[in-house]
Ligand binder design. Structure first.
Ligand code: MRU
Length: 356
């Protein structure tokens, strides 16, 4: 997608260096960053310079490429794969990408290994772009249906950033929106600010602005009243891990939005590539929920009046804060899952019909 009119992907590989857009600097600064070692990739994932389930998977894949460039040694590679999987616990795409890479690379002791690793990391990225595009075309049908019934702007609420910045291109939740906009359907997006890190305000609104799509940032608690007033036609979010039961882990606050949508009969869709499906876990209580530093809650960063980025404390100095990064929306509140293979019911049966 575009930044200042120029097409970008979120990650690319050039001269044995992994290039990323440093998302901690957005929306005020657009800075690309070089990752040269596997530790650089782990740091970028932990500090959320790259974030979003598919993108951290792709970054981990390139982390393994860098580990081979550093030292072509199977035990070094194995250690790198274990450290990468631990760097963020909730998104299953991370483990999925590392497992896929290791299937190709384990036991390969020839110089061929680097070529194999680069090809597989590239394939992971290209496949993600293809799947996200297909998610968009599948989700477009839902937006078209609403538009045809309403004959007026379709208002879509989204939470966090499941946009192109969370993937390699297109995004998951935003892809149907981009496709609708390109088709000339009038869409407007209610963007949940998404405290504490404000991925909605800082990233989703930013990327929608760059594509010229009408959007309004709202405080996380505003969605409920907008739904009661009939000002939300549908919700679409992304997910970090969807169980085969259809239960969905996503950014903290998604569950509360799904409850409000259910109460107001607003369709609540979740968009995902198949790399986000966890076919193994059966109980949502077993999904590891990341707990991040409470400083993400107690401090806030922004531009001061001299255009300098400043961080300030907003809580009482003595207060404790709990910063859980994800929550779980049970399948019964999810109207449907939008995948690269089509739209299905959020259930074991629904998913199995699409993915045998
Ligand atoms: O903590 P983040 O910013 O990595 O969380 C991202 C989300 O919750 C997204 O909705 C999710 O990863 C889907 S990505 C297309």
């Amino acid at each position: 997608m575009k930044i200042n009119g120029k097409e970008f992907r979120t990650i690319w590989f050039e001269n044995n260096i992994v290039k990323i857009i440093d998302q901690t600097k957005l929306p005020h600064q657009f800075i690309t960053k070089d990752l040269k070692t596997v530790d650089d990739t782990i740091e970028a994932i932990k500090t959320m310079q790259v974030r979003g389930a598919p993108l951290i998977g792709a970054t981990a894949a390139y982390g393994l490429v860098l580990s081979i460039i550093e030292k072509n040694d199977q035990s070094f590679l194995k250690k790198a794969s274990e450290d990468l999987i631990k760097s963020r616990p909730t998104a299953i795409n991370l483990k999925w990408a590392v497992d896929r890479m290791m299937k190709k690379l384990s036991g390969v002791n020839t110089n061929e290994i680097l070529k194999l690793a680069i090809n597989e990391a590239e394939a992971i990225c290209d496949e993600d772009v293809d799947f996200c595009k297909k998610i968009g075309l599948n989700g477009l049908k839902i937006i078209e249906e609403i538009y045809n019934a309403k004959r007026d702007t379709v208002n879509i609420l989204t939470h966090c950033n499941a946009g192109w910045l969370a993937t390699i291109d297109w995004g998951t939740a935003t892809s149907p929106i981009y496709h609708a906009h390109q088709k000339g359907i009038k869409v407007h997006v209610w963007v949940d600010e998404t405290r504490p890190r404000n991925q909605g305000a800082n990233l989703t609104s930013y990327e929608l602005n760059e594509e010229g799509i009408s959007n309004t940032i709202i405080a996380d608690n505003t969605g409920g009243i907008l739904m009661q007033r009939g000002e939300v036609d549908m919700c679409i979010t992304g997910t970090d891990r969807t169980l085969s039961t259809g239960d969905v882990a996503n950014k903290i606050g998604t569950y509360l939005k799904a409850l409000a949508a259910y109460d107001n009969k607003v369709p609540f869709y979740v968009a995902l590539p198949s790399s986000t499906i966890d076919w193994n876990l059966k109980k949502f209580k077993d999904i590891p929920i990341e707990e991040r530093n409470s400083e993400e809650l107690s401090h806030i960063e922004g531009l001061d009046k001299n255009n300098k980025i400043t961080k300030v404390l907003i809580y009482p100095k003595k207060s404790k804060a709990l910063n859980l990064a994800f929550d779980i929306t049970p399948a019964k509140y999810v109207t449907g899952l939008i995948t690269e293979k089509g739209i299905c019911e959020a259930s074991e049966e629904g998913l199995k019909k699409l993915f045998r």
